[in-house]
Design a protein around this ligand. Structure first.
Ligand code: C2O
Ligand code: CU
Length: 463
């Protein structure tokens, strides 16, 4: 079947729903779908005025605010979502960090057709891992994510320890002018460096929100860095916290939060003990750069519950397979800056520039356009990606569909649990071990979206 013809055919259906890969039929009784209507909205984000034409996912819940909803699912249980496109351009949903079937991965032209305005797409999958994840489009992503389409996913595990309260934080910036209007989404000279920063910084679409939580209580704070550019260095003042999970996976031995780097796409779960007295505040801040600022604050309410951080047992691990290093094939991956290639035709919107490459090939767009994968991986086999960042910038490198473990690095001594996104530091060389246990085509790209869309993208094929 000719791919382009198929896509035109799908566009002609107008309002029909495409069911991915017949999975619902196989799963038997599918759960009721979570409605996600991608649409335009207005929101008060900047101090100076309402922003027209933000993009959001509307869950069809009259009580919801403009922000995309926090999606709650359960480890090992099927979850269904119906994307309805009420934007004026094609879109899809990618479930960042969920190791689900390739047909549900949301990459247009690679794992599914475009979802055109007026059309929909039914997603159905079973998340194998518990933790904090997120979702966003994989089409014209600088515009669509920059305009608002980034939401948090919580995959619950009934065996997790219980907390007195839970706070979910979606951290992101906005490129807005003084009266709240969108300004140019990027500057080419910044795209060729660390990326273009937003002008308004928010948590849950609010500037420095304050959340109430029980005094002396234990709070699970789930933080997702969903900005298209910003790398955070988070820290806490006025309370103590332990890091209990990174990028969805539990840390084996929880450790005290001091300063923690969080790149675009990454998540952290904290166990936070609230201050003891009513009215006291704890502050979550960004300590990167020379002038720290407050991301969000937590205000103690009620009489102290007098809980201790040690009351919380470590989270149960996720079923991520350990690679067999003795048999693993090694794959060199070089990240470089480039100016040698003209921008190629791109799927879902080109920025019109090429600044970056993976193994010398720049692949602009949200889907790599040349059809060859960077490497074909044999299903079930172990691999070690020997990745080298040959640039003076940090790159949060994300792999779809598979989790990997950082085996070694020339820039870090403490190695995190398995992850889907490594914040590769300038000149870092690291070994990433994985088992190719999920068949399909899996995109591998920088999550600074300007880097992704000006060449730093590729994919692996697992077959
Ligand atoms: Cu968070 Cu290719 O994506
Ligand atoms: Cu990058």
């Amino acid at each position: 079947l000719n791919r382009r013809m198929f896509l035109q055919g799908s566009a002609a259906l107008g309002g029909a729903f495409t069911l991915g890969a017949g999975l619902a039929a196989r799963a038997g009784a599918a759960p009721d779908p979570q409605i996600l209507t991608a649409r335009f909205a207005e929101a008060q984000i900047a101090a100076g005025g309402v922003t027209p034409r933000v993009m959001t996912y509307d869950p069809g819940d009259p009580a919801s605010t403009a922000m995309p909803p926090v999606l709650r699912m359960r480890k090992g249980e099927p979850f269904a979502a119906r994307l309805v496109n009420r934007l004026d351009e094609p879109t899809t949903v990618h479930w960042h960090g969920l190791r689900i079937a390739n047909a549900m991965d949301g990459v247009p032209e690679m794992t599914q057709p475009y979802v055109y305005p007026g059309d929909g797409f039914d997603y159905l999958f079973t998340p194998p891992d518990a933790g904090t994840f997120w979702y966003h489009p994989h089409c014209n992503t600088l515009m669509q994510m920059g305009s608002g389409l980034t939401g948090v996913i919580v995959v619950e595990n009934p065996e997790d320890p219980s907390f007195d309260s839970e706070i979910v934080l979606n951290l992101r910036d906005w490129r807005l002018g003084a009266s709240g209007e969108f300004i140019a989404p990027f500057k080419p000279r910044d795209a060729a460096r660390g990326g273009t920063y937003g002008t308004v910084r928010t948590a849950n679409w609010q500037r420095e929100p304050v959340y109430d939580a029980p005094a002396g209580g234990l709070v699970r704070v789930r933080i997702a860095a969903t900005d298209v550019t910003r790398i955070y260095t988070i820290g806490l003042e006025g309370a103590e916290a332990r890091v209990i999970a990174l990028d969805g996976n539990p840390v084996e031995i929880p450790f005290a939060l001091d300063r923690l780097d969080l790149g675009p796409g990454q998540r952290v779960d904290l166990a936070l003990r609230m201050p003891q007295s009513e009215g006291q505040h704890a502050r979550l801040g960004n300590f990167r750069g020379s002038s720290p600022w407050t991301i969000a604050a937590f205000r103690a309410v009620g009489t102290s519950l007098k809980r201790e951080l040690g009351d919380i047992a470590p989270l149960p691990p996720n079923p991520v397979a350990e690679a067999d290093i003795s048999t693993a094939k090694r794959i060199p991956i070089d990240l470089t800056a480039t100016a040698e290639h003209e921008p190629a035709a791109s799927i879902c919107g080109s920025l019109g520039y090429t600044f970056w490459a993976i193994n010398k090939v720049p692949w602009p767009g949200d889907t790599p356009d040349p059809v060859a994968p960077i490497e074909e991986l044999k299903f079930g086999k172990s691999y070690v990606l020997e990745i080298a960042n040959r640039t003076p910038h940090a790159h949060p490198i994300h792999l779809h569909g598979l989790s990997f473990r950082i085996l070694a690095s020339n820039r870090r001594s403490v190695l995190p649990p398995p992850t889907d996104t490594i914040l590769l530091l300038p000149d870092e060389q690291a070994q990433l071990a994985l088992v190719a246990d999920n068949p399909g085509d899996w995109v591998f790209h920088c999550h600074i979206i300007e880097h992704q869309k000006t060449g730093m993208s590729a994919y692996f094929r697992v077959a």
